[in-house]
Design a protein. Structure first.
Ligand code: HEC
Ligand code: HEC
Length: 215
C-alpha cells in the first residue's frame, strides 16, 4: 500500500479515537474500559507505520529532500511538530501528518528521534577553505551575516534547547529551509529570516554543502 493511504487510515483512526474520547467524557459515570485502540500509542509503532517511509526508522532519511532527524535535539523536534500544526511553519507534507499527533505523541516521537545515532555526510565541493566554510565559520561581515557557528556550534552540533543541530544534514533540505526562511514561508524563526534574507542563492548552496560534510 502506498504511504498516503496509510496516513489517511491513521488520521481516520485517530479522529475516531477523539470522538470516542469525547463521548466518554460526556458520560463520566458510565466510563467504559478503554479499548485496545485507545491505549497510548507506542512511539516506535507510529515511527514504523508513518514516519519511516520518509525519514527512515533510524531517522537517517535517504531521500535528500527529507531532513535527517537522528540525534536532533528533542525540544527542537517537538517545537517543529507544533509549528507544523499551527501553520507557523508551512509544509504541505508535514502539516496533515502533524495534525494527527497528540501532545504525548509529539513528546515521544521527539525523544525517539533524538536518541537515534546520526550518520554523517560529505560535502560535494565545500571542504576546507571553501566559500561554504568561510560563511559557516566567519559569516559575511560586509553584509552583516553572522557566523553560523556562533549559534549552531563549531561542528554543527547545535546548542540545546534553542539552536538545532545542523551537521550532516542533507544539503538539498538545508537549501530549501534557508530559502523558506528568506521568503517567509517558514515563519517560525525570526533570527533565521533576518540572516537568510541577506544571502544569495550561491551563498545558500555553498554553506548548505559545507554543512552536509560537517561532523
Ligand atoms: C511523506 C513524507 C514524510 C512523512 C511520512 C513524514 N515526514 Fe517529516 N518531513 C518531511 C519533509 C519533506 C519535511 C521537510 C518539510 C519542510 O520543507 O519544511 C519534514 C520535516 C520534518 C521535521 C522537521 C525537521 C527539522 O529539522 O526541522 C520533523 C520534526 C518531522 N518531519 C517529523 C516527522 C515525524 C515525527 C513523522 C511521523 C509521524 C514524519 N515526519 C513523517 C516528510 C515526511
Ligand atoms: C543568532 C543565532 C543564529 C545564527 C547566527 C544562525 N542561526 Fe540558524 N537557526 C537559529 C535558530 C534559533 C533556529 C531554530 C529555528 C526554530 O526553532 O524553528 C535556526 C535554524 C536553522 C536551520 C533549520 C534547521 C532544520 O533542521 O530545519 C538552518 C538550516 C539554519 N538555522 C542554518 C543557519 C545557517 C546556514 C547560518 C549561517 C549563515 C545560521 N543558521 C546562523 C539561530 C541562528
Amino acid at each position: 500500500m502506498k504511504f498516503p493511504a496509510i496516513a489517511l487510515m491513521l488520521a481516520g483512526l485517530l479522529s475516531m479515537n477523539a470522538a470516542t474520547a469525547a463521548e466518554a467524557a460526556k458520560a463520566p459515570a458510565a466510563k467504559p474500559e478503554p479499548t485496545k485502540s485507545e491505549a497510548p500509542k507506542d512511539a516506535a509503532t507510529l515511527v514504523n507505520t508513518v514516519c519511516a517511509a520518509c525519514h527512515n526508522a533510524d531517522g537517517n532519511s535517504v531521500i535528500t529532500a527529507n531532513p535527517r532527524l537522528a540525534g536532533q535535539h528533542a525540544a527542537y523536534l517537538a517545537k517543529q511538530l507544533r509549528d507544523f500544526q499551527s501553520g507557523k511553519r508551512a509544509s504541505p507534507v508535514m502539516a496533515p501528518l502533524a495534525a494527527t499527533l497528540t501532545p504525548q505523541d509529539i513528546t515521544q516521537l521527539a525523544a525517539y528521534f533524538a536518541a537515534q545515532k546520526p550518520k554523517g555526510g560529505t560535502a560535494k565541493e565545500n571542504g576546507p577553505g571553501s566559500l561554504g566554510e568561510r560563511i559557516y565559520r566567519g559569516g559575511l561581515a560586509a553584509k552583516g551575516v553572522p557566523a553560523c557557528a556562533a549559534c549552531h556550534g563549531p561542528n554543527g552540533a547545535g546548542i540545546p534547547i534553542q539552536f538545532p543541530r545542523l551537521s550532516g544534514q542533507h544539503a538539498e533540505y538545508t537549501v530549501n529551509q534557508l530559502k523558506a526562511f528568506r521568503s517567509g514561508e517558514r515563519a517560525n524563526a525570526p533570527m533565521m529570516k533576518v540572516i537568510a534574507s541577506k544571502m544569495t542563492d550561491e551563498e545558500i548552496v555553498a554553506v548548505s554543502d559545507y554543512i552536509q560534510g560537517l561532523h
